[in-house]
Ligand binder design. Sequence first.
Ligand code: ZN
Ligand code: FE
Length: 253
Amino acid sequence: MPAPVEIEVVSCLSDNYAYLVKTGDVCAVVDPSEPEPVKAALARRGWKLTHILNTHHHLDHTGGNLALKAETGAVVVGPAKDAARIPGLDSGVEEGSDWELGGHKVQVLEVPAHTRGAITFVIDGNAFTGDTLFTLGCGRLFEGDAAMMWKSLSKLMRLPDDTKIWCGHEYTQSNGRFALTLEPGNQALKARMNEVNIARAAGEPTVPATLGLEKQTNPFLRPDSAEIRKSLGMEKEDTVTVFAEIRERKNSF
Ligand code: ZN
Ligand code: FE
């Protein structure tokens, strides 16, 4: 039996999250925006960094790579398809690339659209989704279109409902305000927003959320919701067209 997995949320920059994923003698950081808060969290816990995992190339997810690698010798793992844009990359992974972190299988899902190389790591029921799936939201379409993002999100939706979603930013509250404009009658969403507001007022993170809860409340996973379609006046359009409209409206919310 591998050692259990412990996860520590590390706040970086203004609203980014990096994550320490510790099991046995192994400790990975997911998406280190900057080195200092990661080093402080490692010191606080007495953990030794062995791996750096990147979900995508953006600087607010990779900005700590080189300093942390130089200091700790950690191995940098990221999308092979974006090898040229991941600072210090040692090991490029693709969907189906089988690897292990401290005896735990790590599943790699390719989820392009925010960036063309974006990946999600799934470790022991924890999905690190970067800027693809946010709690109550989804990432912007910088290097793909709505059809590509819908396909990527649909792939994530096939994970078990109890999968924990750990995303790249604390955007839940503003995402939820937008979600309520489309689905004001969604009771699960209203209940969730009450909890989110309480957590944020106390300065606490709103991650993780389960995939099952996301499916009930995240409008980007719900383009077939009757209420959302009615709000948009799009009762007959196909799923991707509705999804594209939701993304479009969020851009100017
Ligand atoms: Zn990004
Ligand atoms: Fe980001």
